[in-house]
Design a protein around this ligand. Structure first.
Ligand code: 13P
Length: 251
């Protein structure tokens, strides 16, 4: 059966020293704690190797927040999937709405990134989600289906089975305006149905679909209680260990 996962996305926050302190504090808090989900932290690239070496890998998985759409070579400033893997990270967040919106990441670019991540044995946490205008126009199902189809539907069922999805309605990210529990469940069930139609029931049932967007200790329990919500991708609240731990404890 699919895993429950609580993943933090630190975004562009924390110096190396601050990030190491945050990771060490989380590691300490989780030591000996009974936890009912997988825990992942998505750090800036430069933190990955140090954080991966400092945390207990059996308790905390480490994720990059991006990787290049090229394998290697003359791409100044880029970080390849192989480089991410070599740090000890096991996951890579791909397709975050901030990368789509601010860095021009298209469905085609993301398709290549997913393929390179899988080739390098990283687990992609692939983000999808509509903007407010699309929801108001009642196009949210269509938009999310199109995002999944355009970047992931050329994968084999076996490869798709290695992916984690994160539904992050853009209007809920960093706004304090979370999707209601019912809105989250409705979309997650729709996503799972979309996967059943393409990859079959077994793959769909085994795919973890996380919710992201202003998830916090006060709303996590209700969100995660939904049958199709398999955890969260947490931004702001992952920067404070007490909040992040409270979200982990919602399982
Ligand atoms: P917030 O939890 O800060 O709304 O961010 C969500 C997010 O974008 C996680 O990837």
């Amino acid at each position: 059966m699919r895993k429950n996962i609580v993943a933090g996305n630190w975004k562009m926050n924390k110096t190396l020293q601050e990030g190491m302190a945050l990771a060490a504090e989380l590691n300490e808090v989780l030591k000996g704690a009974a936890v009912n989900c997988d825990v992942v932290i998505g750090t800036p690239f430069i933190h990955l190797a140090s954080v991966a070496a400092a945390v207990d890998a059996t308790k905390i998985g480490v994720a990059a927040q991006n990787c290049a759409d090229k394998e290697s070579g003359a791409y100044t400033g880029e970080i390849s999937a192989a480089m991410v893997k070599s740090t000890g990270a096991a996951y890579v967040i791909l397709g975050h709405s901030e990368r789509r919106a601010y860095y021009g990441e298209t469905a085609a670019i993301l398709k290549t990134k997913v393929e390179l991540a899988l080739k390098n044995e990283l687990t992609p946490i692939f983000c999808i989600g509509e903007v407010l205008a699309e929801r108001e126009a009642e196009k949210h199902f269509e938009v999310v289906k199109e995002q999944i189809e355009a970047s992931l539907f050329d994968l084999s069922a076996e490869d798709f089975g290695k992916i984690v999805l994160a539904y992050e309605p853009v209007w809920a990210i960093g706004t304090g305006k979370t999707a209601s529990s019912a809105q989250a469940q409705e979309m997650h069930a729709f996503i799972r149905q979309t996967l059943v139609a393409k990859f079959g029931k077994e793959v769909a049932d085994n795919t973890s679909i996380l919710y992201g967007g202003s998830c916090n200790p006060a709303n996590a329990k209700e969100l995660f209680a939904n049958p199709d919500v398999d955890g969260g991708l947490i931004g702001g609240a992952s920067l404070k260990v007490a909040d992040f731990k409270a979200i982990i404890d919602a399982f």
